[in-house]
Design a protein around this ligand. Structure first.
Ligand code: TYD
Ligand code: MG
Length: 440
């Protein structure tokens, strides 16, 4: 079982739109006229590929496979395990993405320190810089670091230590700094990122070692590099948070071995990222009893979380009033504002609406609709929402409230935190009934 480097293969530039081949880079594809879509790719000999397939192909009878459960390694960080679906699966390739400075390296360094025999490959920082970070978390911890950017050298080294039984986990920080000599494009280019990821994936599957990759995101919030990167890896985790707040939310956007709606909550402190065991309490810590503030109960995986939603509604001086949401989808906000205007008769057409979800959480569940609507109504009317009320419900286009899943779990989380009134479909059929019950 050895890993073969593809050093002998030639590379071509291939148009990602129409498949046109060119031996050199071209800004515009001569066949389909698209711009900037030629990506350097290693071309394998056609005959060799077919032969390889025939030799390796093997039909497997699934009933002969004994154990369907994956062997999982615990990270010893509960919030991290939760997002992974119960721990790291052997042989999996996990991508951790996030904005620069959000804490990816810190979290993965902590992960490396929690497990034995971890190799931390860094193309981004020197061993000295990594030591500074390690010393903040656990002074003088003996972490094995490899400063290298050539993916083939890295793979060779991993094979070497793996054959001596020395590696449980490999962390690569970051995939954008890696390169292979088989391609001439620069590190971070689509071709390089894609090829390096493929090579690491082959390594992970062949040796059954889990590999974590750090990936940067672009200004638009997309993973830098091709979308195919997300297809290749088994798990995509994203670390999010408002840089001005200490909260960091880890969520999985793809997981071949677990749920994708779980979130892990951390707080960035002096000694690394600390898990937050009771996030609802922390999110509501700074809540004030004032117009424009509402509490919603959302569900993330198997856990219910309470979040504060704040809104401010003010007279607009623009011909097209603004609807700006932080932590909620802007289209959803537009829609809910239209429902409020039509069904409750609120004159919002010349009002700017700003909505913010505290704690840096992103709400993608319709069950938060009622909370968002109530925060807006409360700010518009300058009337606070009842102190002990939590709002749960999806809002339909006719202004009706709709059932949400697992209402009991949400209500019990609210009770734990001292809320005594739950405004949901059980007590209000539509928005106007909910408004009557919720406002002071
Ligand atoms: P880092 O993990 O380097 O971010 P990324 O790899 O995502 O770019 O984290 C950078 C920030 O975290 C930096 O501003 C310093 C801060 N930090 C702490 O607040 N506490 C700590 O214990 C550590 C190690 C970093
Ligand atoms: Mg980093």
């Amino acid at each position: 079982m050895t890993y073969k480097s593809n050093k002998t293969h030639r590379s071509y530039y291939i148009c990602q739109q129409c498949g046109y081949h060119s031996p050199t880079y071209l800004g515009k594809c001569p066949q389909c006229d698209s711009w900037n879509c030629l990506v350097e790719t290693i071309e394998k000999g056609q005959g060799e590929r077919v032969k390889g397939k025939v030799e390796q192909a093997e039909i497997i009878d699934l009933s002969k496979i004994q154990k369907t459960d994956y062997k999982r390694i615990s990270t010893n960080i509960d919030e991290f395990d939760r997002v992974l679906g119960g721990g790291i699966v052997a042989g999996s390739l996990v991508l951790v993405s996030g904005d620069p400075g959000i804490g990816k390296s810190t979290l993965l360094t902590q992960l490396a320190m929690n497990l034995k025999n971890v190799l931390y490959v860094s193309g981004e920082e020197s061993a000295r810089q990594i030591k500074l970070r390690v010393d903040r978390i656990k002074p003088n911890f003996p972490l094995s670091v490899l400063n290298e950017t050539d993916v083939d050298n890295i793979i060779e080294k991993i094979q070497e230590i793996f054959s001596q039984g020395h590696s449980n986990l490999v962390i690569v920080d970051s995939i954008q700094t890696l390169e292979t000599g088989d391609l001439e494009s620069i590190p971070g280019s689509v071709g390089q990122v894609r090829e390096c990821t493929h090579r690491l994936q082959r390594l992970a599957k062949l040796f059954n070692i889990p590999v974590f990759l750090v990936g940067h995101v672009t200004k638009e919030g997309n993973l830098a590099g091709p979308k195919t990167l997300e297809h290749v890896v088994d798990v995509v985790l994203s670390l999010e948070g408002d840089p001005t707040s200490m909260f960091r939310i880890l969520r999985s956007t793809k997981n071949r071995f677990g749920p994708t709606d779980e979130v892990g909550v951390f707080e960035m402190e002096d000694k690394g990222m600390i898990e937050v065991k009771n996030p609802s309490k922390l999110f509501l810590d700074t809540k004030q009893q004032a117009p424009g503030s509402a509490v919603a109960a959302i569900l993330t995986g198997i856990r219910s979380l309470l979040v504060e939603i704040q809104a401010i509604v003010t007279k607009s001086s623009l011909p097209m009033p603004r609807r700006i949401g932080n932590g909620i989808d802007n289209n959803r906000l537009q829609l809910l504002a239209a429902v409020l205007q039509k069904r409750l008769g609120l004159p919002l057409y010349d009002m700017d609406i700003f909505v913010n979800v505290t704690g840096g959480l992103k709400l993608d569940e319709p069950a938060a609709d009622l909370g968002i609507c109530m925060a807006i109504v409360s700010s518009f009317k300058e009337q606070a929402i009842l102190k002990d009320a939590v709002l749960i419900g999806e809002v339909g286009l006719l202004g009706e409230l709709r059932a949400v899943r697992q209402i009991d779990k949400r209500i019990s989380e609210a009770k734990k935190l001292g809320f005594t009134t739950a405004i949901s479909l059980q007590v209000a059929k539509n928005l106007s009934q909910a408004v009557k019950l919720a406002l002071e």
